[in-house]
Design a protein around this ligand. Structure first.
Ligand code: SF4
Ligand code: ZN
Ligand code: ZN
Length: 312
């Protein structure tokens, strides 16, 4: 049997078949295609201005480290753009330390400054302490990921402000985006659905604009990029991993994708087309400032302060 040849360079041996596009790529053309795609996404959604000081949210996992490496490479096309990595230390014993060390090592190699913000400094609790406290009070309706997600979103925004970033890039992949879209539909949360964008709107002066340069990269390809480029990343799962609804939605979307290649893209494109209609509904929700911490909030009290009040 003949070894398949790369459909791009037509010389090297292919190792990856991209089902949704029909391409069969060698390692070099595959990694090049990911870098080209990220560059095209940044241009299409006008994610960057020529002189942005960009904070990159780096968790130490495969997606964020691949993103950091690609942005460091793309910097040669944007010499006035500066990068800084921001890592959130949630305070998860036996898990977060390894990720912090991997992230720091990569930043040093790429000569990118690294800033760490911790839950403990910002909120007075590590995630471990917070979960223990919530459980001891019998508050079991929210999962660790529900607390972590809310507190981390805020921490990334504060961290980005601390380093005076003009924007913050997160490594949300096509899979993350498709899952979030479907989860918001299943929860009936139209306001959050409308907010789900490759570039967030500037709704509050304290909210740093968020961009998602990986929003068109399937998670599988981001992992493959890290593997081919031999990027060291943390692959031990978080001890709290497993938000019930997201896991179910991930499983369902992966099954759909296996049967109908391109499903995740279709979902994202559908939201793009629906956006003008649903944005009207979302606009009715006014953005204000939390009465307790002064951070941006959709209600009088932001979600973080609401959670912290309940457990204290
Ligand atoms: Fe936080 Fe959940 Fe992710 Fe762990 S798996 S880091 S608790 S969101
Ligand atoms: Zn090739
Ligand atoms: Zn608050």
């Amino acid at each position: 049997m003949n070894t398949p040849v790369c459909s791009a360079c037509k010389t090297r041996e292919a190792f990856f078949h991209r089902r949704y596009s029909g391409e069969t790529l060698c390692r070099k053309c595959f990694t090049q295609s990911i870098e080209d795609k990220v560059r095209a996404t940044i241009t299409r959604y006008r994610m960057l201005s020529f002189n942005d000081h960009l904070a990159v949210a780096v968790s130490g996992g495969k997606d964020s480290l691949s993103l950091l490496c690609i942005l460091a490479k793309l910097k040669r096309f944007r010499p006035k753009t500066t990068l800084i990595a921001v890592t959130v230390d949630e305070g998860i014993a036996g898990y977060r330390n390894e990720a912090l060390e991997i992230a720091a090592e990569k930043c040093e190699k790429l000569e990118i400054p690294h800033h760490i913000v911790s839950f403990k400094d910002l909120y007075g609790f590590t995630l471990d302490e917070l979960i223990l406290k919530a459980r001891s009070k019998g508050l079991t309706e929210l999962t660790a990921c529900a607390y972590c997600g809310v507190l981390r979103r805020k921490a990334i925004n504060i961290g980005a402000r601390q380093v005076h970033a003009s924007k913050v890039a997160t490594a949300h992949t096509l899979d993350d985006e498709a899952q979030t879209i479907l989860m918001n539909i299943l929860r009936g949360d139209v306001v959050r659905l409308a907010k789900e964008k490759p570039v967030t709107s500037q709704v509050h002066p304290l909210l740093v604009q968020k961009i998602k340069p990986f929003c068109e990269i399937p998670e599988k390809e981001s992992a493959l990029y890290a593997y081919v480029k031999k990027i060291r990343f943390q692959d031990t799962p978080c001890p709290y991993a497993g938000e019930a609804l997201r896991n179910d939605v991930r499983w369902m979307l992966n099954r759909m994708e296996a049967k109908h290649a391109g499903t995740k893209f279709t979902l994202m494109k559908a939201l793009e087309r629906l956006r003008p209609a649903i944005e009207e509904t979302a606009r009715r929700e006014e953005f204000r400032t939390c009465v307790e911490c002064g951070e941006p909030s959709a209600a009088q009290l932001c979600k973080t302060c609401e959670m912290l009040r309940r457990i204290s």
